[in-house]
Design a protein around this ligand. Structure first.
Ligand SMILES: Cc1cc2nc3c(=O)[nH]c(=O)nc-3n(C[C@H](O)[C@H](O)[C@H](O)COP(=O)(O)OP(=O)(O)OC[C@H]3O[C@@H](n4cnc5c(N)ncnc54)[C@H](O)[C@@H]3O)c2cc1C
Length: 438
């Protein structure tokens, strides 16, 4: 029997259990639906990356455009398939969309078959002693490890791919000047992972250093499913280093945040701790624009925001600093920052992004205590001691004496802006506002 493999955020053939199922049915139509509900809000980085990844997919993927409810049913009927295979989507939009597609298929006597997910352990599987989702990372990660996961799935040989008559060209979106994206696709993901494994032993000590650039850069490949975390966990299990152990913990954060979003889908938009909705926030204005454009006058913040615009990625430590700055120095609601990140990040992922933003805003699960306000200047000094990261992304500070805290004369001479706020004063203001909701 012919079947459809509907790709979404699982753009790979290796370790793809839904493909194994589809190939066992018979010939397979590889399908991707350009869904306006996802394409429209995606920024240039995500559009550019997705289309590059589709081009790199080692299957003659049939791309169609429109409402998945109609397009998936049409495609299945066109090739005479009775089953449509997918990896389950646990995000709020994806789960709703899949339920609607499932129902539409059923009206034609066709079936939606969910096999696997983008996670080692699917959201909702790990529960605490009372059967509830965890709200704290450490016990979650313990239970997650105990739950365990399957070995990577075998890649089926010689899949008999089917084609569709009525398809759309993969779009070729223009990238804004100055934006360069990482190499996309399953082979690029494999290369990046192999290259990282050679230096994983340094990860534990150096992952907080944006200047050393020692993290794996795998987030984008995980985001688009060009590699499955199970494949990575199997490689990590063969290593005994502190670096491998630390890396596994980071993958567990990704799974934890997916679990949190699955249990509480409204937290993609709303405060997970509702008292934070009562806090006094400022209206977005010129300060938000300065933050977005990397001209706040705080070098580490500007370096991160410019790295984001230039590469679609930002180092995790710097993401934490710029997020804290938006919420606690500019007193803006986290959603403004999260939206900008989702627009520009190539790894933009609703679960990781929104939950990390809530973490930084103090309103999330297991959040940083609100009273711990990052000082952007000392964060810069600590994690970029020689100022190399700053100089890479804020080149006007290359020649100044102290790039972490340029003098007024240096700012004047180089055109680097004055600080948009007084950090010490805004820290006190943030704490005063927090006292009001305690
Ligand atoms: C405000 C904010 C927003 C973020 N938005 C996203 C996002 O949209 N998408 C995204 O993938 N990550 C997000 N992160 C988490 C983290 O910054 C990125 O996963 C990491 O920087 C990606 O680079 P890497 O692959 O080199 O990381 P590595 O340090 O090599 O980490 C390995 C992998 O572990 C996972 N991971 C590491 N840290 C986290 C974390 N804090 N939360 C969840 N997973 C983690 C990622 O899958 C990552 O690829 C965000 C963090 C913050 C503070």
């Amino acid at each position: 029997m012919p079947s459809v493999l509907w790709f979404r955020r699982d753009l790979r053939l290796d370790d793809n259990p839904a493909l194994v199922e589809a190939a066992a049915d018979g010939p397979v139509l590889p399908l991707f639906v350009l869904d306006p509900a996802l394409w429209r809000p995606a920024g240039p980085a995500r559009r550019g990356y997705l289309t590059a990844s589709l081009r790199a997919l080692d299957a003659p993927v049939a791309v169609v455009e429109g409402d998945p409810v109609r397009r998936v049913v049409d495609a299945a009927r066109a090739v005479g398939a009775s089953r449509v295979h997918v990896a389950a989507d646990f995000g709020p939009y994806g789960a709703r969309r899949d339920a609607a597609v499932e129902q539409a298929l059923a009206e034609h006597g066709l079936e939606l078959v969910r096999t696997g997910s983008p996670y080692a352990v699917s959201p909702g599987r790990v529960a605490n002693g009372s059967g509830r989702p965890y709200r704290v990372y450490t016990p979650f990660s313990r239970a997650w490890a105990e739950h365990g996961w399957r070995a990577p799935a075998e890649t089926p040989d010689g899949v008999d791919w089917l084609a569709l008559d009525d398809t759309t060209e993969i779009p070729d979106p223009d990238l804004p000047d100055g934006l360069a994206l990482p190499a996309a696709g399953e082979a690029a993901a494999r290369r990046q992972w192999a290259e990282f494994l050679d230096r994983i032993d340094r990860y534990d000590d150096e992952r907080d250093r944006p200047d050393l650039d020692t993290t794996s850069r795998m987030s984008v490949h995980l985001r688009w499913g060009e590699i499955h975390p199970r494949t990575m966990l199997a490689d990590l299990a063969r290593r005994r280093s502190a670096g491998a152990a630390a890396y596994r913990k980071e993958l567990a954060w990704r799974e934890f945040f997916a679990d949190v979003l699955f249990a509480r889908p409204a937290t993609a938009r709303e405060y997970l701790r509702p008292e934070y909705a009562r806090m006094r926030y400022d209206e977005p204005g010129a300060a938000l624009t300065a933050w977005q454009e990397g001209r706040t006058g705080f070098p580490i913040v500007d370096a991160g925001m410019r790295q984001l615009r230039a590469t679609g990625w930002m180092h995790n430590r710097v993401r934490m600093v710029v997020a804290s700055f938006l919420v606690k120095d500019l007193h803006l609601e986290w959603q403004h920052g999260a939206r900008h990140f989702m627009r520009w990040l190539v790894d933009g992922d609703l679960a990781s992004n929104q939950q990390n933003w809530q973490w930084a805003a103090g309103s999330g699960v297991d959040a940083a205590p609100y009273f711990r306000v990052f000082n952007p200047t000392s964060q810069g000094r600590k994690f970029d001691p020689r100022g190399e990261y700053l100089r890479r992304w804020v080149p006007e500070l290359t020649e100044v004496g102290d790039p972490h805290d340029p003098s007024p004369e240096d700012r004047l001479a180089t055109g680097y802006p004055e600080p948009v706020v007084d950090h010490a004063a805004e820290r006190r203001e943030a704490l005063d506002r927090w006292e009001e909701i305690r």
